[in-house]
Design a protein around this ligand. Structure first.
Ligand SMILES: [Zn+2]
Length: 266
């Protein structure tokens, strides 16, 4: 019982320390996949947000005063060509599912919001995935289209020639198919290293998103942007608020443990 008491005291102390830490700077990037009631593959049900839940989440963000931006908007700010809105937030969608056009886009536009959609280029036009015409139309409507590589292989498991192909060919495919310049990449399975970042720089990508929770500032490495994953909620909007809080919590913890390294490193 003594151990239990010590454990409780430790948890309470840690919670108090976290609670009283200063509010971290930075904006969240949310990671979505499908927006539908019927996921393409039932095995990936957890990556699927039902449309009604998605609409409620956007209502909440709107009520909280958030303004959605794209990562191109963010890079304009980094280069001093624009300024950030009061409470920026980025909505991203991985894999390039067909419902991102049929279901997600109308809900997004009803809220006057924008997003970034990352496509696996070898899936474009396949059953259940976005077509080139849909991607072009989304770009016309102000969404940013990014690459999720050609085949969704974790880049760190590949040799350097294959890494380069996956990163560069997916960008070239989209641009030669008539889309405007592709500037952003989402790492498959969140896997990246410094060599992958170097290939991104050489291939003229400006940003890349990870799967690591946190908040982003003008000082964040643009090839290691933090994202918080929005899964199929079991507890409705409460869970969504918890995910936003998780991004903030990780930002707080990074400020204590990792901030000095980041400043020295870049
Ligand atoms: Zn993915």
């Amino acid at each position: 019982m003594k151990i239990f008491r010590y454990a409780m005291i430790t948890v309470a102390l840690v919670a108090a320390v976290i609670f009283f830490l200063p509010e971290p700077d930075g904006f969240p990037i949310l990671e979505y996949h499908q927006v539908t009631d019927a996921p393409l593959d039932p095995e990936f049900e957890v990556y699927n947000v039902p449309p009604a839940e998605f609409a409620a989440q956007l209502d909440y963000l709107q009520a909280q005063g958030y303004t959605t931006i794209t990562l191109q908007d963010f890079m304009r700010v980094v280069h001093g060509k624009a300024s950030l809105p009061d409470k920026p937030i980025v909505l991203t969608f991985d894999d390039g599912y067909a419902d991102n056009y049929a279901t997600m886009l109308p809900i997004l536009e009803a809220h006057g919001m924008t997003a970034v959609v990352y496509v696996i280029t070898n899936e474009v036009g396949n059953a259940g995935y976005l077509t080139l015409d849909e991607l072009k139309d989304m770009q016309r409507r102000g969404l940013e289209i990014g690459s999720h590589t050609a085949d969704h292989l974790p880049l760190t498991t590949l040799d350097s020639a294959t890494r380069l192909n996956q990163i560069r060919d997916s960008k070239i495919f989209l641009e030669w198919s008539g889309l405007q310049t592709i500037y952003s990449l989402s790492y498959p399975n969140g896997a990246f290293d410094s060599q992958v970042e170097e290939i991104l720089r050489q291939s003229e990508y400006l940003t890349a998103v990870t799967g690591e929770a946190g908040l982003n500032t003008l000082q964040t490495n643009p090839y290691e942007l933090y994202r918080v994953h929005i899964r199929k909620p079991r507890f409705g909007l409460t869970e969504f608020k918890f995910r936003l809080w998780k991004a903030k919590l990780f930002a707080k913890l990074r400020n204590i443990f990792w901030a000095p390294a980041q400043i020295q490193g870049k």
